[in-house]
Design a protein around this ligand. Structure first.
Ligand code: FAD
Ligand code: UDP
Length: 368
């Protein structure tokens, strides 16, 4: 008899498995894939270069609790991600910053001057509801067209005006020269990769792992007290209220017989090409190798569900599932797919730690 059957070996499931095992619970964790780590899974390709199977994953967080939690299972390599956007024949920093504006317009503005410059371009939007509003309100239509509209259309197959503000709000506007993609307190990559970190996390004697296993095939066969589900919530309920839309990506990997391919970890292509961005893994991992592997991301509607699509009509469907989920006290839904939230890795870890506390509190409240 297991105390918990956990569906999904990604961040959501693995963090909970470890916490519960440490609290002396017996845990079975299953994944239908042939590996642990969920979408953060990394491995060495045939040339021996460490790559991320499901696209580039850069760890960043402001949460000391999250960073401390993961630090028990990995050492870190400090890494600050930098991204350039290919616009008007130039490679310019994104998020838009002082350098972006000066290079794009051939100017030599100071920080104070660029504040005024952007204010003169910005079109006030009140209230700011959509992803178009966010950008146009900050930098105006011209920069919106150059950096955001095309990229967003490719990534989501929606116009930014059809997406929640939260999507483009992930990318700020800066009036200084800070060209880091993220400004979080903790920015680092697991020194020996994500998969090794997951291996360490799941190596507890109270945790059993079953890969290549759809939980539906075993859920009635393996006795367990409670279920934690981190797959897509609509699939759990057999699409009772209809399918929740997700965006997927085709990843095209290329290994090149050269040390370095591009100027920085990621180059975005907001206007040209069918792919959104190219990432070169060696920047992220710090690996030294005579060759280099890059990945192109081609967004698509078909395929594994990678991105929940933040917009009201989808949230309404999710809320129906959420209401139903709340009526099943022995099943917990969590993670990016289980709660249909466009969460980064650290947010999923924080969510799992919060759920762990809730579960323990509930268990302590029930007389044994
Ligand atoms: P997942 O990792 O998706 O794990 C869910 C697991 O459940 C999967 O392994 C799946 O196989 C399994 N599962 C589903 N259904 C079943 C079933 N029926 N039976 C058994 N198993 C099942 N975050 C960052 O912080 N930084 C980044 O740079 C970053 N880059 C990203 C780039 C891309 C292209 C993508 C798609 C995501 C990125 N993320 C990034 C987000 C990050 O991947 C997620 O926040 C995180 O992986 C979510 O973890 P999870 O455990 O909730 O879900
Ligand atoms: N975005 C954009 N142009 C860019 C970078 C981002 O339009 O050069 C928009 C786009 O809609 C994207 C969103 O901002 O989906 C969030 O970007 P982020 O880099 O956070 O996406 P992720 O890494 O999660 O795919």
């Amino acid at each position: 008899m297991y105390d918990f059957l956990i569906v999904g070996c990604g961040f959501a499931g693995s963090v909970l498995a470890e916490r519960l095992a440490d609290a002396e619970k017996k845990v079975l964790i299953v994944d239908k894939r042939d590996h642990i780590g969920g979408n953060a899974y990394d491995f060495y390709d045939t040339e021996g270069i460490l790559i991320h199977k499901y696209g580039p994953h850069i760890f960043h967080t402001n949460s000391e609790e999250v960073f401390r939690c993961l630090s028990r299972f990995t050492q870190w390599r400090p890494y600050e991600h930098r991204v350039l956007a290919s616009v008007d024949g130039q490679l310019l920093p994104i998020p838009i910053n002082l350098t972006t504006i000066n290079k794009l317009y051939g100017r030599n503005l100071t920080s104070d001057e660029v504040v005024k410059f952007l204010a003169s371009k910005a079109e006030l939007r009140k209230p700011v509801l959509t992803s178009e509003d966010v950008v146009v309100n900050a930098v105006g239509k011209e920069l919106y067209e150059k950096f955001f509209r095309g990229y967003t259309k490719k990534q989501w197959d929606l116009d930014p005006s059809e997406l929640d503000a939260s999507v483009t709000a992930r990318v700020p506007t800066r009036t200084n020269c800070d060209d880091r993609y993220f400004t979080d307190t903790y920015q680092a990559m697991p020194k020996n990769g994500y998969t090794q970190m997951f291996r360490n996390m799941l190596s507890h004697p109270n945790i059993h792992i079953m890969l290549n296993t759809n939980y539906k095939d075993i859920v009635d066969l393996i006795p367990h007290q409670k279920l934690i589900y981190t797959g897509p919530i609509d699939a759990y309920f057999d699409y009772l209220f209809g399918k929740l839309p997700y965006r997927s990506i085709d990843f095209h990997f290329e290994t090149l017989d050269q040390d370095i391919y591009q100027k920085t970890g990621t180059i975005n292509y907001p206007i040209s090409n069918l792919y959104t961005r190219i990432t070169e893994f060696k920047y992220l991992t710090g690996q030294k190798h005579a060759k280099t592997t890059i990945v192109y991301e081609y967004p698509t509607a078909e395929g594994d569900p990678y991105y929940p699509i933040p917009r009201k009509e989808n949230q309404d469907i999710y809320n129906e599932y959420k209401k139903l989920a709340a009526q099943i006290p022995t099943v917990y839904f969590t993670g990016r797919l289980g709660t249909y939230k466009y969460y980064n890795m650290d947010q999923v870890v924080a969510q799992s730690l919060a759920l762990f506390r809730k579960i323990i509190k509930e268990e302590n409240a029930v007389p044994q």
